[in-house]
Design a protein around this ligand. Structure first.
Ligand SMILES: [Zn+2]
Ligand SMILES: [Zn+2]
Length: 109
């Protein structure tokens, strides 16, 4: 099986309800910290983004908007080798955040 060169893997995911952040640690020592509400707005499913926009990255601005909702019960599941499926307080879980997408959306840039 050929592997993708420079494949960076996810080591750890932490949902911090206190600080309302979603923290991903990668194998190359990079950390991504997303505000939970921003990540909810970035849900890649067709219902949230529409069919044309769902394959594009969201506007990075959404991670800098003030949070409108406090998320208290976010569940994270690994969706095979593809990425992460998040289930939000409102039961919404149609979007799979691929590893590439999570990494590309990182608000640190
Ligand atoms: Zn969605
Ligand atoms: Zn980053």
């Amino acid at each position: 099986m050929s592997s993708i060169p420079n494949l960076v893997t996810c080591l750890r995911v932490v949902v911090n309800r206190e600080s309302q952040t979603f923290h991903i640690q990668w194998s190359d020592n990079h950390d991504c910290r997303f505000p939970l509400d921003g990540l909810r707005r970035a849900c890649p499913c067709a219902g949230c983004q529409g069919h044309e926009k769902m394959h594009k990255l969201p506007d990075p601005e959404i991670f800098h908007l003030p949070a409108l909702v406090r998320w208290e019960n976010v569940k994270v599941e690994v969706a095979g080798s593809v990425g992460l499926r998040l289930t939000w307080d409102d039961g919404h879980n149609s979007g799979i955040f691929t590893w590439e997408r999570l990494r590309a959306m990182c608000p640190c840039r």
